[in-house]
Design a binder for this molecule. Structure first.
Ligand code: CO
Length: 207
């Protein structure tokens, strides 16, 4: 029994239109992938990596989870980073958060959600690390700030992985970027918290 027939129909139409535009597109892509970017983003259905940056299949290696968190012991995320950096040799790692993130909202509020509360604990830590920045803010401003601070925290976490540290020690050109996406207007913003290997002080690169 073929379920979700509607989606298979949509897939066929899409595949046909791509092949019509570029007959060898899938044939070429099936031989190899050589993306320049690793995207670490939120699972939110409104934040699809390729569409946001308007890139076709083959251009972005993607990892998504709730609230785009990079946990030091998350083998899933670390495996993605390792494969992207060491095998695919991506040049950029983009951590992309978004305003209006449900995970961020849940972390700021104190309702119980079950298992996911353990995941959200990492975002609660971000509040704890930056407590003074939240004092006196309205609820919405707190939410927006936490969305941004969470991205910055995850940029630090990615930079601190042995994978990225080793790539930099080897002199590899690899940049880590912190971005935020506005679901109200579809616009991306660079939080300018990123770190590029070529701007790292020499003693930090070599030790
Ligand atoms: Co989200």
């Amino acid at each position: 029994m073929k379920t979700l027939k509607y989606l298979f129909e949509r897939n066929f139409i899409w595949s046909k239109s791509v092949r019509k535009r570029e007959p060898v597109f899938f044939k070429n892509l099936s031989k190899q992938q050589a993306p320049e970017y690793l995207w670490i983003g939120c699972s939110d259905s409104r934040v699809p990596a390729n569409q946001i940056v308007n890139l076709p299949p083959g251009e972005v290696f993607v990892h998504r989870n709730i609230a785009n968190v990079v946990v030091h012991t998350d083998l899933n995320c670390l495996s993605v980073i390792q494969y992207a950096v060491e095998v695919l040799k991506v040049k950029h790692i983009i951590i992309c958060g978004h305003y209006g993130c449900g995970g961020i909202t849940a972390a700021l509020e104190n309702h119980e959600h079950g298992l996911i509360d353990n995941w959200l604990r990492h975002i609660k830590d971000v509040i704890r690390f930056n407590e003074e920045q939240f004092t006196g803010l309205e609820h919405q401003a707190k939410l927006d700030l936490l969305c941004e601070l969470n991205v910055k925290e995850q940029v630090t976490n990615v930079c601190n992985t042995t994978i990225v540290q080793n790539a930099w020690k080897q002199g590899r050109k690899l940049s880590v970027h912190g971005w935020i996406y506005n679901i109200d207007n579809g616009i991306l913003k660079d939080l300018e918290s990123g770190i590029a290997s070529d701007v790292m002080p020499e003693n930090e690169q070599d030790d």
